[in-house]
Design a protein around this ligand. Structure first.
Ligand code: ADP
Ligand code: ZN
Ligand code: ZN
Length: 700
């Protein structure tokens, strides 16, 4: 299907001779399926059709003049679903672009984006849409009802913010704006103002955030700002924590135009918004915009495509933009708006590097950090200790023979967890396997088993010893497993009922803590020498973000980073708050060796019971182009690397290997990939493997 065919809804159907419809179905087969309807059906309509012995919900993506196969073979549409208006054609274009770009069948892309009740037969009766119990649940989705919203008076914009708003509001047609603003520079206010301009023109706004449950503040302020536009009903929220009914309700409200703003995580990029006028992507560098399973898409990249397709502005905001986006700004492809200073007159926090090489450390803490924590607590300020590792200790070790706790199903250590009411246990963070802690070493019988290294639980335990008076809270995936518990913890922090937070990257993102004076970073070095070429970029942005939580409302904020390598350029740049220098240096390095954004990549990953199967499949896949030069016409512009095992090669008894494909030309790579995908399914039948292709992988 060409995307141009999506511009003319309803064309090409001649009622007299029957109405042919071309339908996308969620089946693992390439292609679309033709059916016959008794009367004209609009493109974008859901239909129920027979498929083999089954009946399936599909979406009409075309109404061809003639079916693709003999008319006598074409089966009838079972039912045309008119419970919703047809999906807008631009929504179909987005899905079809995503299918093409990420090399997946259209039906496998389109149908899974729908809320479950819209793709299950009989699950949705559209007529009971207004009000009702689902509507009330939706308001609770962010954890806060209307009642708890306190009217706040937005601060008047400062000169930098006004400039940015004016520039963005003046844009005609599509432009991607990179809103580069240091932490605490007031990007949120800029988003709000720009959104208001767009809403005032009668358009809808899509507002993407990395993780919604962690930013209830944003949801609350949006609700308040929207009060003039119909209050709560003007805002819809969409994220993976919603029940099917809640998600459905949000979807229907934006599709019907009842909701004017959609606030959501990456999945919201696929919401149908007939009057979309602006897309905002907050923290655009955040890796959670990338879906890592099924359709491996980047919601940020699709935002830019969608904005371009619709001729509307897209605002990407960050204090640490991805090097891809920064490069676009440098080359003038994106419009850069800069907020160089914090909005409140507090300055950026001082960053101190504590060289831990010759220090007497106590449970991972340097004397400097302990002293600094004490001083802040005395001053009545809050402290955040950041450590990107949950559990008690990353591994259990036998001092006499060197045994380490390992997952029997994965090539990974099991992590020691303190079990609270339950006993301590070992857990694999890759497959979830759990085991009891052995009383003695399974290899030599020695009973002296020791936890090695430390995670958040151990750090918390030590802090309790050091500062018995302080109110300490651990905030990580384990302590916030229950729905609403993360928010409850953050509410306590904001209310001043917590003195010290110990947390993983969950606490690093976005939060505007008002009393936080000190951020301490433990074990940052772990990421310093990772294989992945993006590791320094990720480390820098993670540290910059967590550092940016300090001193947001009052002067004198401080960040202490403990490291064995204070001379490393990542830390040096961090100390100077020098994102620009870091980015320039990073881009130069990437350019010199031809890595993204100066090259485009895709990963073919194979998994099987035996690594040899996965490698053999990849070897074979690599040689396919040699046998069919005509099909692989761009092969000369492509580099195909050797297949290699993944770093964690075995997960849950499945062994994995990958093959990296790279080109300096996106177009050439795309053509190569689609040629590959046309032959891989048949080729794979000879192997006992499963495989998937990932375009623009973030981790290689
Ligand atoms: P960012 O998202 O850029 O890190 P925020 O949008 O969270 O920053 O803003 C940081 C803090 O500055 C917030 O507490 C916000 O209320 C405040 N703020 C934003 N704009 C202004 C302004 N113009 N004057 C005073 N304070 C502001
Ligand atoms: Zn032992
Ligand atoms: Zn495991």
């Amino acid at each position: 299907m060409s995307s141009s065919s999506l511009r003319h809804p309803g064309s090409g159907t001649d009622g007299a001779s029957g109405c042919w419809v071309r339908v996308a179905l969620d089946v693992p087969l390439q292609g679309l399926f033709d059916y016959k309807a008794s009367s004209p059906v609009q493109i974008g309509t859901r239909v129920i059709v027979p498929f083999g012995q089954r009946k399936l919900v599909g979406v009409v993506v075309d109404t061809p003049d003639q079916p693709a196969l003999d008319a006598s073979m074409v089966r009838d549409v079972d039912q045309v679903l008119d419970d919703l208006p047809p999906f807008p054609v631009d929504w179909l274009r987005l899905a079809s672009f995503a299918a093409q770009y990420y090399q997946r069948p259209l039906g496998e892309v389109m149908l899974p984006t729908l809320p479950a009740p819209l793709r299950r037969i009989g699950a949705y009766q559209g007529k009971r849409s207004a009000g009702g119990p689902v509507a009330r649940m939706d308001k609770r989705a962010g954890g806060k009802g209307k009642d708890s919203v306190q009217p706040d008076v937005p601060p008047p914009l400062n000169a930098n913010q006004s400039d940015a708003v004016a520039q963005i509001a003046a844009l005609q047609g599509h432009k991607t704006v990179l809103l580069y603003g240091v932490t605490g520079s007031g990007k949120t206010e800029v988003y709000m103002h720009v959104a208001q301009h767009v809403l005032a023109r009668g358009k809808q706004v899509l507002f993407l955030v990395p993780e919604i449950n962690l930013t209830p503040q944003l949801e609350q302020s949006l609700r308040m700002r929207l009060a003039g536009l119909g209050g709560d009903d003007a805002l819809a929220v969409m994220h993976s924590g919603l029940a099917d009914g809640e998600r459905l309700r949000a979807w229907v409200r934006v599709q019907r135009g009842e909701a004017r703003v959609l606030l959501g995580t990456r999945m919201a990029i696929f919401a149908p918004m007939p009057e979309l006028g602006l897309i905002i992507v907050d923290e655009e560098h955040d890796t959670s915009y990338k879906q890592q399973e099924g359709l491996r898409y980047s919601a940020r990249d699709l935002s830019v495509w969608r904005g371009n397709d619709l001729g509307i502005p897209v605002v990407l905001g960050s204090a640490t933009p991805s090097l891809e986006s920064w490069n676009h700004a440098e080359t003038g492809h994106y419009l850069r708006c800069t907020l160089a200073e914090r909005a409140r007159d507090v300055g950026l926090p001082a960053v101190r590097l504590v060289d831990t090489r010759r220090l007497a450390m106590r449970e991972g803490f340097s004397p400097q950090l302990i002293e600094a924590v004490g001083l802040r607590l005395e001053a009545g300020e809050q402290v955040l200790i950041f450590l990107n590792r949950r559990g008690y200790a990353p591994v259990l070790n036998c001092a006499s023979c060197g045994w380490v706790s390992q997952c029997p199903r994965c090539t990974a250590y099991t992590v020691l967890h303190r079990g609270g009411a339950r006993r301590n246990f070992l857990q694999c963070h890759h497959c979830g396997y759990q085991a009891r802690v052995p009383v003695a070493c399974p290899d030599c019988g020695d009973q002296d088993l020791k936890p090695m290294g430390r995670g958040t639980q151990r750090v918390e335990e030590h802090l309790v010893e050091l500062f018995p008076e302080a109110r300490i809270a651990r905030i990580d995936a384990d302590s916030t497993r229950l729905k609403g518990s993360a928010q409850a913890l953050f509410d306590k922090v904001h209310a001043g009922e917590i003195d010290v937070m110990v947390g993983t990257q969950m606490v690093a993102k976005g939060h505007d803590f008002s009393r936080l004076g000190l951020v301490g970073v433990l074990n940052a070095d772990a990421m310093l020498f990772a294989q992945d070429f993006r590791a320094p970029e990720r480390l820098f942005s993670q540290l910059m973000q967590v550092a940016g939580r300090a001193g947001r409302h009052t002067k004198g904020g401080e960040v202490i980073i403990q490291t064995d390598y204070p001379e490393q350029s990542v830390y040096q740049a961090l100390q100077r708050h020098d994102y620009v220098g870091f980015a320039r240096h990073g881009l130069e390095e990437r350019k010199a060796v031809g890595l993204p954004p100066y090259a485009y990549q895709a990963l073919l990953t194979a998994e099987g019971k035996a690594l040899a199967d996965a490698l053999a499949f990849l070897e074979g896949a690599r040689s396919l182009p040699d046998q069919d030069a005509a099909r692989f016409s761009t092969a000369s512009a492509i580099t195909v690397y050797d297949p290699v095992p993944l770093r964690v090669v075995r997960v849950a008894h499945i062994e994995r290997a990958q093959l990296l494909v790279e080109s300096a030309h996106r177009r050439a790579l795309q053509e190569f990939l689609s040629a590959w995908c046309s032959v891989l399914p048949a080729f794979a039948r000879g192997f006992r493997v499963r495989y998937h292709l990932e375009v623009d992988p973030l981790e290689i």
